[in-house]
Design a protein around this ligand. Structure first.
Ligand SMILES: Cc1ncc(COP(=O)(O)O)c(C=O)c1O
Length: 406
């Protein structure tokens, strides 16, 4: 018998059918091949527990492994004790705290910009920056592999959208030739979230100058990873801190929390503070979030060896995968995709790894075409060599058995 909620849905047959006829997830679950929404019963650390079973976590974006750091947890506790659990309003009205402003100043300094503005997620930070700045009659130019939150922000802005082939500067130039709108913003990921490669910022900045466009970098995976001893981001890595107009990033990866920020000139931030609907009509980040990010910036300055270790691990794993015969594409960061290029095989590989206690993320349609599926692996500075060496033997065993490598 239909539940009371389903009976209520029946008053609109189209919507009812839409949700009832969606069976993909049920079918995958029935086959034991459903890789999503796995409930972790422990902290986001190098090892996690699911249904009482231990997994080596090779799918986290906590690049510096700080989600369980005692100093970071203490900072969250102290801020919560002092300010309470939430702000009950947006930055614009009653939700601005002193620690928000202190953190903004600290973040701006970290990325070498005049000012910064917090948002409640990285997704929202893209809405704040792109939909806050652009409107109908403007142009936004994106890399084909830009993150979905960039694309959603572009759609929301109402600006005309142009796309260029991934990191293809000649194509970017061709696209720029066609742009008629006067206000132009080029937006790219600093580090691409699935491929693990880096935007060709020197050339993007060059083309932007030729065509009078601003450049924005989404550095969700670059902050605390790329850009010298302290991981000050992809623009910093290329010495382009001041050539890039807008830097955006998230707190959900290196910064071990949730939230995001936009950084740029003081005038830009002033404009966004008064125009960006995603900022004005949404509540501000919690006190705990602000305290966590602030503490992590201190730790990064005090312990740059964390970033050094992350890169050591990155090189170790990339070299090992390549010598086994895996195709890791253009990856050159702690995001290392294993290209499987076969939907069924990707799921079987994922399942075999999972059965042996390795947590990785399969990237499947609709995120990629069926012929471009991957197993995305990512690393934390706190992984041990023992954990990684063990994982490599498991990857090799199953990849050979499935004919992914010889
Ligand atoms: C490149 C990129 N931008 C933005 C986001 C959104 O950040 P958040 O998860 O904080 O909303 C992500 C997260 O997956 C990302 O990878």
């Amino acid at each position: 018998m239909a539940s009371k909620d389903l009976e209520t849905h029946l008053k609109n047959e189209v919507l009812y059918k839409r949700i009832m006829e969606f069976k993909d997830a049920d079918e995958a679950k029935a086959k034991g091949l459903y890789p999503y929404f796995r409930a972790i019963e422990s902290a986001q650390d190098t090892e996690v527990y699911i249904n009482g079973k231990k997994y080596l976590m090779l799918g986290s974006n906590s690049y510096l492994g700080l989600t369980t750091d005692e100093r970071v947890k203490q900072a969250a506790i102290e801020a919560t004790k002092f300010y309470g659990t939430g702000n009950a309003g947006s930055r614009f009205l009653n939700g601005t705290l002193k620690i928000h402003e202190e953190l903004e100043a600290k973040l701006a300094k970290f990325v070498n910009k005049e000012a910064a503005l917090l948002a409640s997620t990285g997704y929202m930070a893209n809405l704040v920056a792109i939909a806050g700045l652009l409107g109908p009659g403007d142009a936004v130019i994106t890399d084909k592999l830009d993150h979905a939150s960039i694309i959603d922000a572009c759609r929301l802005s109402g600006a005309k959208m142009y796309r260029f082939r991934h990191n293809d500067i000649d194509h970017l130039r061709k696209v720029m030739e066609k742009v008629e709108e006067k206000a132009r913003l080029i937006v790219v990921d600093g580090v691409f979230s699935m491929e693990g490669d880096v935007a060709d910022l020197p050339n993007i900045v060059k083309v932007a100058k030729e065509y009078n466009a601003w450049v924005m970098v989404d550095d969700a995976h670059g902050i605390g990873v790329m850009g010298g001893k302290y991981g000050q981001g992809t623009a910093h890595h290329f010495g382009l801190d001041h050539e890039v107009d807008i830097i955006m990033s998230t707190f959900s990866k290196t910064f071990a929390s949730i939230g995001g920020f936009v950084a740029g000139s003081e005038r830009l931030i002033n404009y966004l503070k008064h125009k960006a609907r995603a900022l004005i009509f949404s509540a501000s980040p919690t006190p705990a979030t602000a305290a966590v990010v602030s503490k992590i910036i201190d730790i990064i300055y005090e312990e740059p060896q964390r970033i050094e270790r992350l890169w050591q691990i990155t090189h170790k794993m990339a070299n090992a995968f390549k010598s086994m015969g895996f195709d890791i594409g253009t990856s050159c960061t702690p995001i290392i995709p294993l290209k499987i290029n076969d939907f069924e095989k990707t799921l079987m590989f994922w399942k075999a790894l999972s059965d042996d206690g390795i947590f990785v993320n399969p990237v499947l349609p609709p995120a990629v075409p069926p012929s471009e599926t991957i197993i995305r692996t990512s690393y934390m500075a706190t992984h041990t060599d023992e954990q990684l060496d063990w994982a490599l033997t498991i990857f090799e065993k199953h990849a050979k058995a499935l004919g992914i490598i010889k």
